[in-house]
Design a protein around this ligand. Structure first.
Ligand code: ATP
Length: 250
């Protein structure tokens, strides 16, 4: 049996008396694309924030690469390769697509940006940025200032920036939100290509995308794991169908 790359043990986040995540235990293996689904307010974004380090947990553990990262801040987790899209640097509007990707690659490697050294002369960073822009099909837009990108392209740039940071594990919170059908199809194709090369945790409301991509799916309801299983097991799980999927054809 493969050991897990990211594991949580009874993770809890509460606000006052409200338990938003309530003893969540997950086990995500290297190379797996794991989707979290659940109704609005189930605690999905809160859980991803607990994994990235944006939120510290009230109880439970986050174990990444066999290291207990529960108390580590966001940048330490990112340096270890546990990375949420858009977290390393936000987009600099006046910078080109390529410069944004290079900055992200730089941010992952270094504590402080070395602005006194022209960044496009840093070969290893330019290479990482180039690979990320190629993977996200943004390479032909590399010299365009970020402010001139369309909405879908900006979301692709966020993904490219995450990839340029050379993560081991990508946390993606609704990467297709607000995209046109064509744009979200492009992201599904991209995630299919990335599958296996990275471990990915995906929160997504688009069930077609989830069932096309996921190796395993966890259903979260009222902050608790209702069930984890393969897409086939989720499809055939009577309780999941009743509570969450309803009669939706999946
Ligand atoms: P959606 O699918 O709508 O994005 P979600 O599953 O991602 O929802 P969360 O955004 O994690 O759910 O929120 C879960 C619950 O926690 C919600 O009821 C929300 O109101 C509550 N909540 C989130 N953040 C806070 C906060 N800072 N203080 C109090 N309650 C909060």
């Amino acid at each position: 049996m493969k050991t897990s790359l990211l594991r949580t043990e009874s993770l809890v986040k509460r606000y006052g008396g409200i338990l938003v995540t309530d003893g969540v235990s997950l086990d995500i293996r290297p190379g797996e694309l794991h989707a979290i689904i659940g109704p609005n307010g189930a605690g999905k974004t809160t859980l991803i924030n607990q994994l990235s380090g944006e939120l510290l947990s009230n109880d439970g553990k986050v174990i990444f690469s066999d290291i207990d990262v529960t108390a580590l801040p966001i940048h330490r987790r990112a340096q270890m390769g546990l990375l949420r899209s858009y977290q390393i640097t936000s987009i600099f509007e006046e910078f080109t697509v390529q410069e944004n990707a290079v900055l992200s690659a730089m941010g992952a490697k270094e504590h402080a940006f070395r602005f006194w050294q022209p960044m496009l002369q840093r070969k290893e960073l330019v290479r990482a940025a180039h690979d990320a822009l190629q993977a996200t099909s943004l390479i032909c837009r590399k010299n365009v200032p970020a402010k001139d990108l369309g909405y879908g392209e900006r979301r692709q740039l966020e993904l490219a920036m995450a990839l340029a940071a050379q993560p081991k594990f990508l946390l993606l919170d609704e990467p297709m939100a607000g995209m046109s059908v064509q744009e979200s199809d492009a992201v599904v194709s991209l995630l299919k290509r990335l599958k296996g090369r990275y471990s990915i945790l995906l929160i997504e409301h688009d069930m077609d995308a989830v069932f096309a991509l996921a190796d395993r799916i966890t259903v979260l309801v009222y902050g608790k794991v209702m069930f984890s299983g393969t897409p086939e097991e989720i499809r055939n799980h009577p309780e999941v169908r009743a509570v969450y999927l309803g009669e939706e054809e999946i």
